[in-house]
Ligand binder design. Structure first.
Ligand SMILES: CC(=O)SCCNC(=O)CCNC(=O)[C@H](O)C(C)(C)COP(=O)(O)OP(=O)(O)OC[C@H]1O[C@@H](n2cnc3c(N)ncnc32)[C@H](O)[C@@H]1OP(=O)(O)O
Ligand SMILES: N[C@@H](CCO)C(=O)O
Length: 302
């Protein structure tokens, strides 16, 4: 059973072009199965791009996945149109009575701010607390992961001397952990951030495991001991060209952002970058959906 999303969501056409089977709502409604309900709290400014990136990954499963997009009621989006949000997004108030099998909280380009200065921080903490009781497994990405580490475990973020920007090598501390099943001993993943969380603080925390890290990029995949929360400091979902676009955007703004490391062939921004992380991205999302969502979630919520 493939992914079930609103028929007119702009990402749907592109997903069909990519031969990712998007289910018509009519057909989905006639299936005598219980679909997985996944909630995506999309905090990225360019929401449509992130929708496509995440749906591509959630669509790679034999399970029917019903996706709900959520936006913040206490924040007016500058970069995504109100009409798009009105048509395709819900707010917390509309879904707080529901249960979800999985939830994703994306990154957001606000890591220069203390958490408490983010205008939707209070609403986000309410959503995170709610998710503890109403969601089987939550995956958080980049700033979303920093927010979860801070809110639930008191682990703060520190500014870096230079932006952690590029595609870095990572290792896995325990390849028998289900989330890393099938991972190579060494794999690469993109990062794009100005702050970091301390790998030592995570390692020393009694409720956390550091599943993957990188010599150059630091802590990468963090798992709570109860396996309900997955925190990922990089951007596995990024397309081949996303870092290049961020690089060009920064340079056009006059920022002295360095060329993303280990990314452009011959480190030359004129060369088209290759996506060298895609296989582990698909693996991580299918491991998450299978082992942490599908196999853990109750068929009927109590
Ligand atoms: C660390 C991570 O998680 S990485 C993920 C972030 N990376 C990306 O989003 C990559 C793509 N983003 C971009 O290229 C840029 O953010 C752009 C081009 C879309 C906009 O850049 P700018 O014009 O410099 O920033 P802008 O003033 O629009 O602010 C960026 C976002 O921060 C939000 N923001 C700014 N201040 C605050 C605040 N105090 N509280 C909450 N949100 C804030 C803005 O509202 C905007 O988000 P929105 O579109 O969802 O409303
Ligand atoms: N990934 C982000 C970092 C900002 O938080 C960007 O370069 O847009």
């Amino acid at each position: 059973m493939p992914i079930n999303i609103p028929t007119h969501l702009p990402a749907a056409e592109k997903l069909r072009e990519e031969k990712i089977f998007v289910m018509d709502t009519d057909r989905a409604d006639t299936q005598d199965i219980r679909p997985l309900n996944i909630l995506i709290l999309n905090l990225m400014p360019e929401k449509e791009r992130t929708e496509l990136q995440l749906l591509r990954l959630l669509g790679n499963t034999p399970l029917q996945v019903d996706v709900t997009f959520m936006t913040m009621a206490t924040h007016e989006s500058k970069n995504t149109s109100k009409s798009h949000l009105d048509e395709f997004y819900v707010t917390f108030e509309e879904i707080r009575g529901r249960r979800f099998d999985g939830m994703i909280i994306t990154g957001a380009p606000i890591e220069h701010l203390p958490f408490e200065e983010v205008n939707y921080w209070e609403e986000l903490t309410r959503i995170m607390d709610w998710s503890d009781r109403n969601v089987t497994s939550t995956m958080t990405i980049c700033w979303g992961a920093q927010a979860a580490l801070y809110h639930f475990y008191g682990i703060g973020k520190q500014p870096l001397h230079e932006k952690c920007f590029g595609v870095f090598r990572h290792t896995v501390s325990d390849p028998t952990v289900k989330l890393a099943r099938g991972f190579s001993d060494l794999f690469v993943a993109p990062h794009s951030r100005y702050t970091e969380v301390s790998a030592d603080e995570i390692r020393n925390h009694p409720d956390l495991d550091l599943l993957s890290e990188s010599e150059e990029a630091g802590a990468f995949i963090v798992l709570s001991k109860d396996e309900k929360r997955i925190m990922i400091t990089g951007h596995l979902e990024y397309d081949a060209g996303t870092l290049a676009e961020e690089y060009r955007r920064d340079r056009a703004k006059g920022l002295d952002t360095a060329i993303p490391k280990h990314y452009f062939p011959q480190d030359d921004p004129e060369n088209d970058p290759l996506n060298t992380w895609r296989s582990h991205t698909f693996l991580l999302f299918s491991n998450w959906l299978n082992y942490y969502v599908y196999q853990e979630t109750p068929y009927v919520w109590a």
